[in-house]
Design a protein around this ligand. Structure first.
Ligand code: PLP
Length: 360
């Protein structure tokens, strides 16, 4: 068996230790005589799995008691509708900052249900920076403000969280969840599809302040109402059982490593190796405003499309896969989520140096 270095933006690498545990428990979980895949979600074994996963996530992220943790389906994309349906309930207004495709999709979806306003955008420079927003740019009458914390496609991150006063701040953290500590109490809602940094696809994690639940619009489908899921402990219907189990294994892995402080230290080290190289390279360069760089997604270019294609091809042959940039931006992108070992980034940089010496 040989495992490659997978720089996919999502679904993406999982920690090898987690995959090994899942493999060892595949045929029989504990003494249950069955796989987690086959288990009733109402069984006592499964109840322990989902409860432990929630408890561990609460511990790792230091989630205050006045927040609900929901394990849902439908991906982050379903949250683009659930957020307005549940939260646009007072003045039917919400503010969005447009920092990329995902932020824009969230904005467009919200505009179907009420008065969504684009407060600022970085579309003018292919979303290569986070626009400056002053506290006074936000409408104090808005029901919420939405940001996309880490912009997976463009490689930017909000390194300073905007201050929205009493207006709840909602953040899509799909591609940065569990990458570093975050002060949950600053947010009304945090949500993430699991397939970037947590688990296989199929699970969406929602962390929501309890007072924001229970005032959904009348037209809200039952399944899209946060109250439905919070009242039923994420068991209104069959949850994505196996994915929650793997997420639980990842939470345990993070705890064992030393929690999010430690994870952040490792992620900063990994990202620095790559950014330092990009800053000194004569061939490659990063595409993002240095102050707004993501720890998780690192886009770069040579400035020559043919050379980019050659790099993607040769890197693949050398065992570094999924380095092609998103179809909307071209170039390259290395997604270096939690499960990517430091060694993977070091070897990639070695390969880039070699490519540079052969092609510069
Ligand atoms: C991947 C991604 C999405 C889309 O997630 P789905 O789970 O596929 O709906 C949304 N937002 C961000 C920031 C992402 O990285």
């Amino acid at each position: 068996m040989s495992r490659i270095y997978n720089f996919s933006a999502g679904p993406s690498m999982l920690p090898e230790e987690v995959l090994k545990t899942a493999a060892a428990e595949m045929l029989e979980y504990g003494n249950s005589g069955q796989s987690v895949m086959e288990m009733s979600h109402r069984s006592k074994e499964y109840d322990a799995i989902i409860k432990q996963a929630e408890a561990d996530l609460r511990e790792i992220m230091n989630i205050p008691d006045n927040y609900e943790v929901l394990f849902l389906q439908g991906g982050a994309s379903t949250q683009f509708a659930m957020i307005p349906l549940n939260l646009m309930n007072k003045n039917k207004k919400a503010d969005y900052v447009i920092t990329g495709q995902w932020a824009n999709k969230a904005y467009k979806e919200a505009a179907r249900y009420g008065n969504a306003r684009a407060v600022a955008s970085s579309a003018d420079k292919t979303y290569s920076y986070i626009p400056a927003v002053a506290d006074s740019d936000f409408d104090p009458e808005a029901d919420y403000v939405h940001i996309c914390m880490n912009n997976t496609i463009y490689g930017t991150k909000w390194n300073n969280i905007p201050n929205t006063g009493n207006v709840p701040l909602v953040a899509d953290i799909s591609s940065c969840i569990l990458s570093e500590p975050v002060d949950v109490s600053k947010f009304g809602v945090l949500y993430a599809g699991a397939q970037k940094n947590v688990a296989p696809a199929g699970l969406t994690i929602v962390i929501i302040r309890k007072d924001l639940i229970g005032n959904a619009m009348d037209i809200t489908p039952t399944m899209l109402n946060y109250a439905t899921h919070s009242e039923n402990d994420s068991m209104f219907n069959t949850p994505p059982c196996y994915t929650i189990y793997v997420a639980g294994l990842v939470f345990k892995w993070i705890k064992k490593l030393g929690g999010l402080e430690k994870i952040a230290e490792i992620n900063n080290k990994k990202a620095k190796i790559l950014y330092d190289f990009l800053d000194s390279s004569k061939l490659f360069k990063g595409t993002v405003n240095p102050d707004d760089r993501s720890l998780m997604n690192v886009p770069f270019v040579t400035g020559n499309e043919e050379l980019d294609a050659k790099f993607v091809k040769e890197s693949k042959e050398a065992g570094f896969v999924n380095l092609k940039g998103h179809r909307s931006v071209g170039g390259m992108r290395a997604s270096i989520y939690n499960a990517m070992p430091i060694e993977g980034v070091e070897k990639l940089v070695e390969f880039m140096k070699k490519f540079e010496s052969e092609n510069a």
